[in-house]
Design a protein around this ligand. Structure first.
Ligand SMILES: Nc1ncnc2c1ncn2[C@@H]1O[C@H](COP(=O)(O)OP(=O)(O)OP(=O)(O)O)[C@@H](O)[C@H]1O
Ligand SMILES: [Mg+2]
Length: 626
């Protein structure tokens, strides 16, 4: 039964299989008929070749034995027939694999699109719960095993099954006594391989674990090379690796000893079966030459050989199919994830007019409003960017409360600063404004409209964010800035870059705005990356802006650039700024001091200094806030 593979098996193989078949074959019924037909043809040729040997011996070879001037016409006719069958069978298997490769590639292509679309629709919380690596493996490994299954495994499984049925039938017709011998050997083989399989299975699990440890260690060390070198831990690392490697060696040796014995044991059982069949067959021929012939025995031996071949083929493929179904199951799990909920009916529209007399229009006016449906009618609320957070509680996982009872407001154009130690919940508050996450209690409104009622895209269009961790995509500098507003012209891009103080360093780069960035802008400094993400927010030009200052320190020169870039970005907008530098904070309309998810002090810079509380000690104690 070949070498066993161990891995995660499907939990619900039947349902997954049916769903997969539906995805792959739905609407391709003609193909199915064609495939089944071809499979029958190639299965038939196997049994045919056995019976060919039998009748060739009995009808051609034996009658011609010892004859002078033998006539080979009959032999040629036999061989001709055989050649035709073989050719047809080859054509059939070729056709099937050609068809299935195409079907598999098309299905995987569709599957990848569905998976990617799904990823784009999922809420951020999905990415909190699932490691990047395991999501990547859905795309890389699971689709690959699925491809193997659809392109090869399935056909091989069906062919083996079909051949087995036909061979069994031919054997029964040929000689039931010999069939009994074969069946007896099946049981013996099953018993022996089952026993060995159980033994080696346990060792393979151990080997898998040891392998995981070794790989994990290598990865960790590669990621941590800088730290390793800084603390000159190279020798220690080698020693630790040695231990893990030794363990892998041992478990692998054990597992493979058992698995390695499987093949020889099986082979020898096969030879034994052959010998027993020949003995029993010979006795039968001698005892009843009227019923049993040499040709029939030869045919039977051939059948028994393809019988055991197909059984091991079947068990191997069944194992592969289960592994592939496990992959399919993981893919379907991703496809079945709940997408980000968006029940919003409030949208942003262009308006013209003044005060209460505004009306929706399609031309560019530079003025926008929330269109709030109420019954059959809808009202227009000018988009100004006033934000109210009212008694909000929030937890990421439903267990640990991260924010409790947060209330605050920002009138249009006001600047609100959040300060507080690391982990206090500053970034979290801003994540709630654009509904990266949904709040459990309380309400958040923009211009009086509950953000839960606003269509997600429109909500997110109304605000731009400079995130704490900058993210640049593979592409030119220009494209990265334009990400904030895809319709923006080159002039807009340069204007935004100048506003963000990014223009000068961009011009110093090799190809200026056309310099290609890779790997999250790996050749840029932390500060330069921030400047680019400020430019990206600037080009979007929304009424509300969220700035999450990066915690990692940058040089003082770049810092002043970042600072004045941010300052210019803040003009004429409602701004929430998370500040790690007091210079950012001082000219805010209100400062919220957060600790453990609560606002413990609030007021403007002067008020808070007078209060002589936490802010005061932060301000007088050190210049860094965290
Ligand atoms: N995606 C997440 N899933 C679960 N918990 C999170 C997640 N993001 C943050 N937290 C937790 O929520 C709390 C608040 O984190 P938050 O990122 O809001 O802090 P912060 O005030 O922005 O800190 P910093 O100054 O370091 O940026 C922390 O205890 C953190 O561990
Ligand atoms: Mg933060």
């Amino acid at each position: 039964m070949g070498k066993m593979k161990f891995g995660e098996k499907a939990k619900n193989p039947k349902a997954t299989f049916l769903r997969l078949m539906k995805d792959v074959f739905e609407g391709r019924y003609l193909l199915i008929v064609l495939i089944v037909f071809c499979i029958i043809l190639s299965a038939f040729s196997t049994t045919y070749s056995a019976s060919f040997i039998g009748s060739f011996i009995d009808d051609v070879v034996i009658p011609l034995k010892g004859v002078e001037n033998p006539d080979f016409t009959k032999a040629l006719i036999y061989l001709g027939k055989f050649a035709v069958v073989v050719l047809i069978s080859i054509a059939a298997s070729f056709a099937v694999s050609y068809i299935m490769v195409g079907v598999a590639q098309k299905s995987i292509y569709d599957m990848r699109i569905k998976m990617f679309d799904k990823l784009e629709s999922l809420p951020l919380s999905y990415f909190d719960k699932n490691a990047r690596g395991s999501i990547m493996s859905r795309f890389a490994n699971d689709t690959d095993t699925l491809n193997q299954l659809v392109a090869n495994g399935l056909v091989q499984l069906l062919t083996a099954g079909m051949t087995l049925v036909m061979v069994l039938f031919s054997m029964a017709v040929n000689s039931w006594i010999l069939l009994l011998v074969v069946i007896a050997f099946i049981f013996i083989t099953l018993f022996v391989t089952g026993t060995i399989g159980k033994k080696s299975g346990a060792f393979f699990k151990a080997q898998q674990k040891a392998l995981g440890d070794v790989n994990g260690y290598i990865e960790e060390m590669m990621n941590g090379q800088r730290v390793v070198k800084v603390f000159t831990h190279e020798e220690k690392c080698k020693e630790d690796f040695e231990v893990l490697n030794k363990k892998l060696e041992k478990t692998m040796a054990e597992a493979n000893t058992w698995a390695g014995s499987m093949g020889p044991v099986n082979n020898n059982l096969g030879h034994l079966q052959y010998v027993v069949l020949v003995l029993v067959g010979a006795v039968a021929i001698i005892a009843r030459p009227d019923i049993y012939t040499i040709g029939a025995l030869a045919a039977f031996l051939q059948l028994s050989k393809s019988f055991s071949n197909n059984i091991s083929q079947l068990s191997q493929q069944a194992n592969n199919v289960l592994l592939a179904l496990a992959g399919a199951e993981r893919i379907y799990k991703l496809l079945d994830e709940e997408p980000e909920k968006d029940n919003g009916d409030v949208t942003i529209v262009r308006v013209k007019g003044e005060g209460d007399n505004i009306e929706e229009c399609s031309e560019r006016t530079g003025h926008w409003a929330w269109k709030v449906p109420e019954g059959d009618k809808s009202t227009l609320v000018p988009l100004k960017g006033g934000v109210v957070i009212d008694h909000v509680d929030f937890s990421y996982d439903g267990e640990r409360t991260v924010l409790s009872d947060i209330s605050l407001y920002a009138k249009p154009g006001q600047k609100i600063a959040f300060v507080g130690s690391t982990g206090a919940g500053k970034t979290t508050i801003t994540n709630l404004l654009n509904r990266f996450y949904n709040i459990q209690k309380g309400i958040i409104t923009i211009d009086g409209v509950d953000i839960k009622r606003i269509k997600l895209n429109d909500l997110r269009r109304s605000m731009a964010m400079v995130l704490q961790d900058t993210n640049l995509f593979t592409g030119t500098v220009k494209e990265n800035i334009r990400y904030g507003r895809p319709q923006a012209t080159d002039e807009d891009v340069i204007k935004a870059a100048k506003l963000a103080n990014a223009h000068d360093f961009i011009m110093m780069m090799k190809d200026g705005y056309d310099t290609v960035l890779t790997n999250n802008g790996e050749n840029l400094s932390q500060g330069q990356r921030q400047l680019l993400s400020i430019a990206r927010a600037a080009i979007a030009d929304p009424p509300i802006m969220v700035l999450d200052e990066a915690t990692s320190s940058i040089d003082t020169y770049t810092e002043t650039l970042v600072q004045s870039g941010m300052d210019k970005l803040m003009e004429n907008r409602t701004v929430f700024v998370i500040a790690h530098r007091l210079s950012t904070v001082r000219n805010s309309n209100a400062i919220m001091v957060l600790e453990n998810g609560r606002i413990i002090e609030r007021g403007d810079h002067e008020d808070l200094l007078k209060a002589k509380g936490v802010y005061y000690s932060l301000y007088t104690g050190k210049t860094e806030l965290s």
